[in-house]
Ligand binder design. Structure first.
Ligand code: PMP
Length: 410
C-alpha cells in the first residue's frame, strides 16, 4: 500500500466540497499536482523566467537549461534513445494530430489502411478519420472481446500488408483495458506498418519503455501525470522524425530563412515552432522526479489494489454493471459503471453533493459507447493519492444515490 503521507503533497485534496471532505476520483480526466510541481513552476517564474534558446544573458541560459533538462528527464522516463526523439507538445491530442498531419499525410495513400480499435478516445480516432477521408484510405477497427479486451488473433486479422498505420491506446480511458502494445507493434512491423501509441492513460500509471515496446510514436499529456496543463510529449523514432515535415512554421524551428526558401532546425526543435510552454515543461520535469521517487511499479500496484476493492464493492450493489475486464491485473486504475434506472449524470450529481468527484458522460469515446450499447457511464478513476477510504466513500455515496432515486421514483 502507498504511504499515506503522499496525500500531504497535494494541498488541493485538503478541502471540503459541499460540506464534506473532498474525494477526488477523476484523475483520468486530469490529475492533481503535488507541491513539488507547484514550487518548480513558481520558482521558474520568480527567478528564471526568460525565453529559451535565444538569450546570451543569464536568465535566458537558466531557462534553456531548465527546459532542456526537463526534456532529458522525459527521455529517461520513457527510455528514448535520444532527446532528439522527445518533442514537447500541448498534450496527447496535439501529438496525435501532429503525427497524422505530418507522417500520415506523407505516407498514407489511396487504398491504404489505418487500423484502430473501438475503444479509442476521440483524440486517437478523429485525426485518422480525417486522414482516411482526405486520402481515400480505409479506417479499420479491430474487433473486441465482450469484456473489452483485444485478442492477438483479432489484431492479426485486422492488420494486413495494406496497413500503413496502427494507432492504439496504451490503456482505455473507459474500460481500463491495458493493451498488449509490444505484441501489436511486432505484428504491425511485420506488415511494414508503424505503431502509434496513445499513451494518455498509460504513461502516468505504469513504467513505459519505448525501446522495449518498439513503438514508432507515443503521445502523452503532462496534466494526467501530476504535471501542468498545456504540456505534453510526442516521442517519435528518429528515423521517422528526420523524414517528416514540420507542422508549425515560424520562430524557433528554423535554421536559415531566405526570402523564398528556408531550412529547418535540428531535431527536436524542428517540431517546436514558436515560444514553447517553458514553465509547463519544467513542471512536467518536476512531476517526473516526483513519480520516480514513489516508483511507477508501486503506483500501478496501489491503483490495482484500489480497483480490485472497488470492483468487489460495486459488484455487491444490486443493479450495478461494470464495463471492461473484471480482472484488475488487466486494467489501469479506473472503474466505469452504470446503475440500473439512474442516469450517470444524476449519479455524479448526487456524489458531488457528498464531496465526491467522478466523471459522467461519453468520456470522449462515442463509438465505444455505441459498442457498449449505452449513451453514457459514470467513471471513478484512481491515482497514487487515493485511498481505500476514498473507495469506501464512493460506495457509500452510491448506496445513498440508489436510495434517493428509489424514493424519488416511487
Ligand atoms: N487519449 C486518451 C485515452 C485520453 O484519456 C485522453 C484524455 N481524456 C486523451 C487521449 C486526450 O488527452 P488531452 O486532452 O490531454 O490531449
Amino acid at each position: 500500500m502507498m504511504k499515506t503521507d503522499i496525500r500531504s503533497y497535494f494541498p488541493i485534496l485538503n478541502q471540503e466540497v459541499n460540506g464534506h471532505p473532498l474525494v477526488y476520483l477523476d484523475s483520468a480526466a486530469t490529475s492533481q499536482k503535488p507541491t513539488q510541481v507547484l514550487e518548480a513552476v513558481k520558482h521558474y517564474y520568480e527567478y528564471d523566467n526568460s525565453n529559451v534558446h535565444r538569450g546570451v544573458h543569464t536568465l535566458g541560459n537558466r531557462a534553456t537549461d531548465a527546459y532542456e533538462g526537463a526534456r532529458e528527464k522525459v527521455r529517461q522516463f520513457i527510455n528514448a534513445k535520444s532527446t532528439e526523439e522527445v518533442i514537447f507538445t500541448k498534450g496527447t491530442t496535439n501529438g496525435l494530430n501532429m503525427v497524422a498531419a505530418s507522417f500520415g499525410r506523407a505516407n498514407v495513400d489511396e487504398g491504404d489502411e489505418i487500423v484502430i480499435t473501438y475503444m479509442e478516445h476521440h483524440s486517437n480516432l478523429i485525426p485518422w478519420q480525417q486522414l482516411a477521408k482526405e486520402k481515400n484510405a480505409t479506417l479499420k477497427y479491430i474487433d473486441m472481446n465482450p469484456d473489452g479486451t483485444l485478442s492477438i488473433d483479432q489484431v492479426k486479422e485486422a492488420i494486413t500488408d495494406r496497413t500503413k498505420i496502427v494507432s492504439i491506446a496504451f490503456a482505455s480511458n473507459v474500460l481500463g483495458t491495458v493493451n498488449p502494445i509490444k505484441e501489436i507493434a511486432a505484428i504491425a512491423h511485420a506488415h511494414g506498418a508503424v505503431m502509434i501509441v496513445d499513451g494518455a492513460q498509460g504513461v502516468p500509471h505504469f513504467h513505459t519503455d519505448v525501446q522495449d515496446l518498439d513503438c514508432d510514436f507515443l503521445a502523452f499529456s503532462g496534466h494526467k501525470m501530476c504535471g501542468p496543463t498545456g504540456i505534453g510529449v510526442l516521442y517519435g523514432k528518429k528515423e521517422h522524425l528526420e523524414n517528416m515535415s514540420p507542422i508549425d512554421f515560424g520562430g524557433e524551428m528554423i535554421s536559415t530563412v531566405g526570402l523564398y526558401e528556408s531550412t529547418w532546425a535540428d531535431l527536436p526543435w524542428k517540431f517546436e515552432g514558436g515560444t514553447p510552454n517553458i514553465a509547463g515543461a519544467i513542471g512536467l520535469g518536476a512531476a517526473i522526479d516526483f513519480l520516480e521517487t514513489i516508483g511507477m511499479d508501486a503506483i500501478i500496484e496501489h491503483e490495482r489494489n484500489l480497483t480490485r476493492y472497488a470492483i468487489e464493492q460495486l459488484n455487491a450493489i444490486d443493479g450495478v454493471s461494470i464495463y471492461g475486464p473484471q480482472d484488475p491485473t488487466k486494467r489501469s486504475g479506473l472503474v466505469t459503471f452504470n446503475i440500473d434506472g439512474i442516469h450517470p449524470h444524476d449519479v455524479a450529481t448526487v456524489l458531488d453533493m457528498e464531496g465526491i468527484a467522478v466523471r459522467a458522460g461519453h468520456h470522449c469515446a462515442q463509438p465505444l459507447m455505441k459498442w457498449l450499447k449505452c449513451t453514457a457511464t459514470a467513471r471513478a478513476s484512481f491515482y497514487l493519492y487515493n485511498t481505500e477510504a476514498d473507495v469506501a466513500r464512493l460506495i457509500e455515496g452510491l448506496r445513498s444515490a440508489k436510495e434517493y432515486f428509489a424514493d424519488v421514483n416511487e
